[in-house]
Design a protein. Structure first.
Length: 119
């Protein structure tokens, strides 16, 4: 899966790390445990985005660019929403067949630990 991960240098805002460092140094919130990562790193490793209701290629590609392709999963609000055109938008994305397989299936299988289960 590392082939899909965004390996660009981290672009944290200066405020992101600075505010946390000041709060730790001053002891302003003694009840709050120290973070072992930047706050933005927790978002990158604990949040996944789904494409439900977002059948627009530019928005999907932007989400993949910002969050990382391994953090964007295909989703449809079935049975309340069943739009064939939405599937077509995803199938027409300018990504490789391997990336589409991850988007449509392998990502969810990994996140929800469904390997070996029939769904």
């Amino acid at each position: 899966m590392a082939a899909f991960h965004d390996h660009r240098p981290r672009q944290d805002s200066a405020r992101d790390g600075h505010v946390h460092a000041v709060q730790q140094r001053t002891g302003r919130y003694p009840w709050r445990p120290a973070l072992h990562q930047h706050p933005s790193d927790y978002l990158r490793t604990n949040i996944w985005l789904t494409t439900s209701g977002m059948a627009w290629a530019p928005a999907i590609m932007f989400a993949r660019e910002v969050a990382g392709s391994d953090r964007v999963l295909y989703a449809m609000n079935y049975p309340f929403q069943a739009e064939a055109a939405e599937v077509v938008v995803h199938e027409d994305l300018p990504i490789s067949a391997e990336e589409k397989r991850y988007l449509f299936e392998e990502g969810s299988t990994k996140v929800f630990e469904l390997a070996g289960q029939r769904v």
